[in-house]
Design a protein around this ligand. Sequence first.
Ligand code: UD1
Length: 366
Amino acid sequence: MPAKKIVSVVGARPQFIKEAVVGRAFRASGAWNYVLVHSGQHYDADMAEIFFRELEIARPDHLLGIGSGTHGKQTGEALIECERVFMAERPDCVLVYGDTNTTLAAALAASKLKIPVCHVEAGLRQEPRDMPEETNRVLTDHISKLLFCCSEVGRENLAREGITRGVHVVGDVMYDLYRRMEPHFDARREMARLGVEENAYLIATLHRDFNVDDPARLRAILAGIGELSREAGLKVLLPLHPRTRKRIVEFNLQALVEPFLTTDPLGYFELMSLLRGCALVVTDSGGFQKEACFAGKGALVLMPDSAWRELFDSGLNVLADDPASIIRKGRELLDRLRGRDFSFPPNIYGDGRAAERIADLCRRLI
Ligand code: UD1
């Protein structure tokens, strides 16, 4: 029987993806009694279940069923439920990922019970500082015992806030997963299924509150994407996050997405396969902008800032915070990339073994 117990807490889409590699590394090491908690922050089949199935993630030992709600309600319920589970399980440490309400709730619950918190994807910082994800990430970093950064940028950010102990640059677990799963991506099959041609479409994803909750801004973004696509002769593939789908109806913007190919949220293999065939990505997702770079694709990032400084240095990511700049910046990026074969610069986010490194550091340091 392994000597130490770890509780890993997930709840939202990007966390399932990270759990797929991290959970496997911990279990494979044989050093841990590994307990998986799913908060239920994401609960629709295409936001949650699909990732467990296709990435073969173990069934959660605890389902908290917190669901959607205001930030206070969602975070508060996850806090109460995590505390209950941690008091019953009495783990040696708690593992949290990224920047969601689930992350902060689990970290807070563990910290108050004096259980060491290990934070995967620590140290990222970006504007706007008042977005909920940033609050979650900063606070979690400040109560973590072990902080796992994807690159030196994370270490530098933490040092600026006085956090120097327990910081380890291990690489990015999303890069681990991408490399491991790459042989299974099938662009041709997915393009045929959706009726799109290679390099003749862009993929757009939107979910951030500051982009989708303001009617004027959402309208301007959708109009900008539409115009860019018409000018560049590209179809728009828009997998819709449930929040964005609701807002489009609520703000009566259906006519703007009518020419687009809209779908429900896509699974990991579908999205990565389609990514390989697309001409461009337009997104406000931190994870997807990075995956675009893994695939050598340009991404127009609809945010004022990015946490992934290296991606901007590589020239593959361009910020387009002002919706009025989408057409110009999209055109420039397409022109710059046309006919060029970019491959993702190796070693920016590690060597594909970040998850093993995390499991090993926890074993030695907890
Ligand atoms: C959350 C995370 C964000 C992460 C993103 C990935 C926070 C504050 N944000 O944002 O860090 O990048 O997940 O997608 O934790 N909804 C459904 N079905 C679901 C899930 C959500 O209909 O299965 C709808 C609900 O109306 C909900 C809204 O989407 O209120 C937003 O969901 P929520 O989990 O609060 O935040 P995300 O925008 O998904």
